[in-house]
Design a protein around this ligand. Structure first.
Ligand code: KET
Length: 396
């Protein structure tokens, strides 16, 4: 029955985590998967999440199926978090938000929905992007192309080339954009660049599809949602898939959402109906514990304040280890420009290391990066950063 199937080569990110776990060398450092570790190298359980879970347990609620679109309180809080309190699109009922199984669930539900309702469209992703974007949209039956993004010569953005490419796309093309903390490069559009991009999206009648997996890891909760809020203010129709995996450190709970910001309430209602049907056909309904965590943390003033504080601490720590790595590696390799470590935002830095150099780092130094040269800076600590810098200085 199955002799003909081709072997799965494994996922480039998860396979590295397996290899790391099997590595017996005590000095090993995991800078591969996008997971935030604290200064002790532990995966934190945030205080706000622990308190939310205590309250959830104390409430002793039963565990019925959620509706296909997820829990109402969770969805309301998510929409407010993305768009900001009092946003006009929210007040006008133009936003359809569903709670999903992580943001991956949201991205996929959105992809299947779009394949049904915009069957002639193609998807455009940044070059490079998170590997799974291409797999997900191709898996839904789309042709996936890429637009220019990262400039390997400068370590910055090819913004003019990106705009030129988007200006040439057919109407209704789907443009996947990282809302903040671009994965894998850490190179984001500035607010001014978003304001230049949005009229192009409108003129060409393109459909922006935002991936917001790292809200609060860049500059702050509101700052990192600039693109979402600017698109909403412009009146464009767009999708945004957002995640709490990283920002609440709840990876395995699968907390995420998908929102469609539409032209009218009538359109949002239609979209909501078909999103519900899409969910029903894939996983039926999302996770109740995830809904309760998100609704408690975002909806309770004390827990919300605590979350914002803990999120700010994670953000600061990532900036501090970036600075420490930059200082060490610059001292060890004077004359070489490592300023990209400081200018790139969020969890990732794109080092420019070749796959062979990444292999050497892993084999000789037990330092794990993705083979694209992407480094998850959240795996650095003040305790391991000097050793990582020495390893980097050796292979560069
Ligand atoms: N979008 C982006 C851009 C992203 O980096 C991830 C995860 C996701 C979505 C999915 O997150 P979810 O937990 O489904 O809400 N990225 C890290 C882990 C992974 O590959 O799954 C990573 O890039 O390492």
């Amino acid at each position: 029955m199955f002799e003909h199937i081709t072997p799965y080569a494994g996922d480039p990110i998860f396979a590295l985590v397996d290899a790391f776990n099997q590595d017996a060398r005590p000095q090993k450092v995991n800078l591969s998967i996008g997971i935030y570790f604290d200064e002790q190298g532990h995966l934190p359980v945030l205080q706000c999440v622990q308190e939310a879970e205590r309250r959830i347990l104390a409430e002793g609620g039963a565990k019925p199926y959620l509706p296909m679109e997820g829990e109402a309180a969770c969805r309301t809080q998510v929409a407010r978090l993305l768009l900001g309190e009092g946003n006009a699109a929210l007040a006008e009922g133009r936003v359809a938000t569903i709670q999903t199984v992580g943001s991956s669930g949201g991205l996929k539900v959105g992809a299947d929905f779009l394949r049904t309702w915009l069957p002639d469209s193609a998807v455009w992703v940044s070059d490079p992007t998170w590997d799974n974007h291409r797999s997900m949209f191709e898996g839904s039956g789309f042709a996936v192309h890429s637009y220019p993004y990262y400039d390997s010569a400068t370590g910055g953005l090819r913004f003019d080339d990106m705009l030129a490419c988007l200006r040439g796309l057919p109407a209704r093309s789907i443009v996947l954009l990282h809302a903040c903390c671009h994965n894998p490069t850490g190179v984001d559009l500035t607010a001014a660049q978003w304001d230049t991009l949005i009229p192009v999206l409108r003129e060409r009648e393109l459909l922006p599809y935002l991936d917001l997996a790292y809200q609060g890891f860049g500059d702050g909760i509101a700052e990192d949602a600039h693109s979402v809020r600017a698109l909403a203010a412009s009146g464009l129709t767009f999708f945004v898939a957002n995640s709490f995996s990283k920002s609440m450190s709840v990876y395995g709970e699968r907390c995420g959402a998908l929102s469609a910001v539409c032209a009218s309430k009538a359109e949002a209602d239609l979209v909501m109906g078909q999103l519900r049907y899409t969910v029903r056909r894939i996983y039926s309904s999302p996770a109740i514990h995830a809904a309760r965590i998100v609704a408690h943390v975002l909806g309770d003033a004390d827990l919300r304040a605590q979350w914002e504080d803990e999120l700010a601490q994670m953000r600061s720590r990532m900036i501090e280890v970036r600075q420490a790595l930059h200082a060490h590696v610059t001292r060890l390799r004077p004359g070489r420009d490592f300023s990209f470590l400081l200018s790139q935002r969020g969890m990732f830095s794109y080092t420019g290391l070749t796959a062979a150099q990444v292999d050497q780092l892993r084999e000789e130094h037990a330092v794990y990066l993705i083979r694209s040269g992407r480094m998850c800076v959240a795996g650095l600590t003040q305790g391991n950063v000097e050793r990582v810098a020495q390893a980097l200085a050796e292979v560069f």
